[in-house]
Design a protein around this ligand. Structure first.
Ligand code: NAD
Length: 335
């Protein structure tokens, strides 16, 4: 069977994980790479052994020979590129956040729907190995009916060293990181119908908020707290791990630092160690994120070949984008 031919657009910091992942997934080839910076195009061509390199998406598309485009550029460019790919009739995967505004996100989903192309958001946190384990326990009814969750990501990590553009965004932590945690909350507790939110900027050198606390109403008395911070003094630093507690009518699931997963039912506690598998390019402690990229992209290939939408389809992910903007609106109202 012929391979699925991928064109990767945006060859910056995070795309390296996506490129590494495509290389180890069977049935896929990186057919072309594209970035507006020619030096990055050349570097990616050399490193990943890709023949075709471009500085313009339109040129890459008009040359053909591509089945799907993986968009790993920064958010302001996402809508234009996704719409361009949809017009060319190719499947599209787009990094999170799908867009900076709800209007853009809705337009992107609609453009792909109209063009009849599959649209997936590269939302990888739910593909982290421990998160798959938590979701599996919930699916198996291990704690009965879940009624409360806390999903927490707090760190002193200097995220701006690799991604300096984040320091100048007027909206930072919810749009960049909280979006992953809100998606996890949906994944574990079901869709939310309301969100309350409080934000704060602690780091005086950045423009947006770096601390946020959100309370979600999942209906039927089910709630979750989603909290994130890039301003927390903490030793050891758990970055980039997400800490999860889910309480249910028959038990509690708790995912602690270092991938310790506890299942408590009455007085009975079962503990398992659920670290991510290592890949040749894994770099501790980023291995958890890097493996989730492989898992998401594998899932995408299976879904694409089966002709069904991926778990993190554009339509599904729109619900997370809606939550992000509802959270900002609530935080602004409180201020
Ligand atoms: N899921 C995760 O864990 C995770 C982590 C980090 C970043 N990200 C996401 O990855 C995306 C990229 O972030 P990054 O930090 O790698 O950014 P980056 O600035 O390092 O890289 C972006 C690249 O896109 C290129 N580019 C921008 N506009 C373009 C256009 N119109 N045409 C061609 N090339 C263009 C830039 O030249 C740059 O090389 C963002 O959406 C970010 O949120 C996800």
């Amino acid at each position: 069977m012929s391979k699925v031919r991928i064109g990767v657009v945006g060859l910056g910091f995070f795309a390296q994980n996506q490129l590494e992942a495509w290389r180890v997934i069977e049935g896929v080839e990186i057919a072309a790479v594209c970035d507006r910076d020619p030096a990055k195009v050349e570097a990616a061509r050399q490193r990943y052994g890709v023949e075709r390199g471009y500085t313009d998406v339109a040129e890459m598309l008009s040359d053909g020979g591509i089945d799907a485009v993986d968009v790993a550029t920064t958010p302001p460019s996402h809508r234009a590129i996704v719409e361009q790919v949809a017009r060319a009739g190719k499947a599209v995967i787009c990094q999170k956040p799908m867009a900076e505004t709800l209007e853009d996100a809705r337009a992107m989903v609609e453009a792909c729907r109209r063009a009849g192309v599959s649209f997936t958001v590269h939302e990888n946190f739910r593909f982290q190995r421990p998160m798959r384990e938590v979701a599996g326990l919930l699916r198996d009814g291990a704690i009965g009916e879940p009624f409360f969750a806390r999903i927490s990501f707090r760190t002193p990590y200097d995220v701006f060293a690799n991604q300096p553009y984040l320091a100048t965004e007027s909206r930072f932590i919810i749009l960049d990181l909280g979006i992953h945690l809100l998606d996890l909350a949906r994944c574990f507790m079901g869709d939310a119908r309301d969100v309350s939110c409080w934000t704060k900027r602690v780091n005086p050198k950045i423009r947006g908020e770096d601390v946020a606390t959100m309370v979600l109403d999942h209906g039927g008395g089910r709630t979750s707290i989603v909290d994130c911070s890039y301003a927390t003094h903490q030793v050891p630093d758990p970055w980039p791990q997400t800490i999860v507690i889910i309480e249910g009518t028959e038990g509690t699931i708790s995912l602690e630092a270092d991938y310790r997963l506890h299942l408590t039912r009455g007085a009975e506690i079962t503990t398992r160690h659920v670290p991510p598998p290592a890949w040749p390019w894994s770099k501790l402690p980023l291995d958890i994120i890097q493996d989730s990229v492989v898992a998401l992209q594998k899932h995408w290939v299976e879904s694409y070949l089966a002709g069904r939408p991926a778990e993190t389809s554009g339509e599904d992910n729109l619900k997370v984008v809606e939550l992000v903007h509802a959270a900002y609106a609530d935080a602004e109202r409180r201020r």
